[in-house]
Design a protein around this ligand. Structure first.
Ligand SMILES: [Zn+2]
Length: 72
């Protein structure tokens, strides 16, 4: 019985999006390093990064749908 060492550590509240500094919910592991993105920027860069990503760790399902206040 072999145990896989690919235990992905969950993203922490201190992990920040590389693009905007919001809390990160997506971690993209590339050969040369890793990137952190919020849900918004993760989606934006997904098409470009996903094909070259070693691992795509997505925790956006932890995001509760925020009731957006309608102000207009
Ligand atoms: Zn962002």
């Amino acid at each position: 019985m072999t145990t896989t060492a690919l235990a992905t550590s969950p993203l922490k509240a201190t992990d920040r999006c590389d693009s905007c500094g919001a809390q990160a919910y997506i971690r993209v592991v590339l050969n040369e390093g890793e990137l952190l993105f919020c849900g918004h920027h993760g989606r934006r860069h997904e098409a470009k990064l996903r094909p070259i990503a070693v691992e795509w760790h997505d925790e956006t399902d932890r995001l509760q749908p925020q009731p957006t206040p309608v102000t207009d």
